[in-house]
Design a protein. Structure first.
Length: 329
C-alpha cells in the first residue's frame, strides 16, 4: 500500500471521533496524463482539512471549496469528472489534456477503516467492496489476482499487506536506511545479535530483535512484500541471513560490500544447499550504482533499487555498486 494512502485511512479513523462530515475521495479513472494513479485516495473533512492527494493541488482546492459550501452529499456517493475541456484541464493543473474521475464517498461509519488497518498490521491482503447506492462496505481476504475495479456502482479496492524491510545489522547505514524506508511506508525490522550495536540504535517505530540472522529470517516468514538487506559487513552474520533469505520468496535480497567481497560471498554460498538460481537472486553489491560513498547516500541507492524492483523498472544489473562500499558500515 502506498504510504500516502495508509495515512489517509489512519486519518479517517482519527477524524471519526470529531463528528464532522467526512468523505473518502478515490481516483477511479484517468485519461491521458494524470498526477495521481487510479486508486489514489484523499480524506476530506467538512471544515476543509485534507490528507492525501488526487492531483497536484488544484482539484484539492476545488474539493475543499465545495465541501465547505455544502456541495457534497452525506447520504450517497457522487462521481466527479475533472478536465473534460482543455480549459478545465489547465484550470485544474492536469497536463496534456488529462482527465480524471473521482468517487466522493461519505464516511459515516469508520468501523471498516479500523478493520482494514488491523488486517494491514497483521500483514494481510484485504479486498474492500463498496456499493455506491447504499454505501455498504464488505471486506474479505484478497488474492494476488484481485485488483482495483469500478463499474459505476461497485468500487473495489485492495489494501495491504504492508511492505516489510528486514535489516541485518544496527549500524549507521542501517539507521539511515530505516528512516528513509519508513517514509516509503516500510515496516522496518532490525536484527543484530550484538548487544553493543542494539544499545545505540535510535530509530523510533522500528522493531529491534536480537536473534541470530538466520533465525530472524525464518521467523519473519518472508513473502513477496518483504526485502532483506544484510549490512553488518561481517560475513559470519550477513551470510547467515542470506542462506535463508535467498531461499525465501522475498522480492529483494541484498548485501553490503564491494564487487570483490560479494564475489567471495557467492563462492561461500555455493558450498551450502543453495541452487545457482537462488544465489543469482543476490543483489550484491546492494543498491543502484549512483556513486554513493556516505551512509545516507548508500541508503538512497538501496531504496532507489527497491523502488525500481517494486515497479518492475530495474535496469541496472544487481552486481553494480561503487567499489568503495566496502569501507562503509
Amino acid at each position: 500500500m502506498d504510504s500516502v494512502d495508509l495515512s489517509v485511512l489512519k486519518t479517517l479513523l482519527e477524524w471519526q471521533a470529531l463528528e464532522l462530515p467526512l468523505w473518502l475521495v478515490t481516483v477511479v479513472e484517468t485519461f491521458g496524463s494524470s498526477p495521481r494513479p487510479q486508486g489514489a485516495m484523499l480524506a476530506l473533512r467538512g471544515d476543509g482539512l485534507i490528507v492525501g492527494s488526487v492531483s497536484g493541488g488544484c482539484i484539492e482546492d476545488d474539493l475543499v471549496l465545495r465541501a465547505g459550501s455544502g456541495g457534497f452529499s452525506l447520504n450517497r456517493c457522487e462521481v466527479l469528472t475533472y478536465g473534460v475541456t482543455s480549459e478545465e484541464a489547465r484550470r485544474f493543473g492536469l497536463p496534456c489534456g488529462g482527465t480524471m474521475r473521482l468517487v466522493m464517498e461519505p464516511v459515516r461509519n469508520a468501523d471498516w477503516v479500523k478493520q482494514v488497518l488491523r488486517l494491514i498490521l497483521a500483514h494481510r491482503l484485504v479486498k474492500r467492496t463498496m456499493y455506491c447506492s447504499s454505501l455498504q462496505v464488505a471486506l474479505e481476504d484478497a488474492s494476488p489476482s484481485d485488483s482495483f475495479a469500478f463499474d459505476g456502482e461497485i468500487l473495489t479496492t485492495v489494501h495491504g499487506p504492508r511492505w516489510r524491510l528486514l535489516i541485518i545489522g544496527a549500524g549507521q547505514t542501517s539507521a539511515y536506511l530505516a528512516r528513509m524506508a519508513q517514509a516509503l511506508d516500510y515496516q522496518v525490522i532490525v536484527c543484530d545479535p550484538r548487544k553493543e550495536m542494539r544499545q545505540t540504535w535510535d530509530v523510533p517505530d522500528t522493531v529491534v530483535i536480537s536473534e541470530m540472522p538466520d533465525d530472524a529470517v525464518l521467523a519473519l516468514q518472508a513473502d513477496s512484500c518483504t526485502a532483506i538487506i544484510a549490512l553488518t559487513h561481517d560475513p559470519k552474520l550477513d551470510d547467515m541471513a542470506l542462506l535463508e533469505a535467498l531461499k525465501s520468496p522475498a522480492f529483494y535480497v541484498g548485501a553490503l560490500g564491494s564487487r570483490a567481497n560479494n564475489a567471495k560471498r557467492r563462492e561461500r554460498l555455493v558450498l551450502f544447499d543453495l541452487t545457482e538460481e537462488e544465489i543469482a537472486r543476490l543483489h550484491g553489491p546492494v543498491g543502484l550504482s549512483i556513486g554513493s560513498r556516505t551512509p545516507p547516500e548508500i541508503a538512497v541507492s538501496i531504496l532507489a533499487h527497491l523502488i525500481s524492483v517494486r515497479n518492475n523498472t530495474a535496469a541496472v544489473a544487481c552486481n553494480t555498486r561503487p567499489i568503495n562500499q566496502e569501507t562503509c558500515s
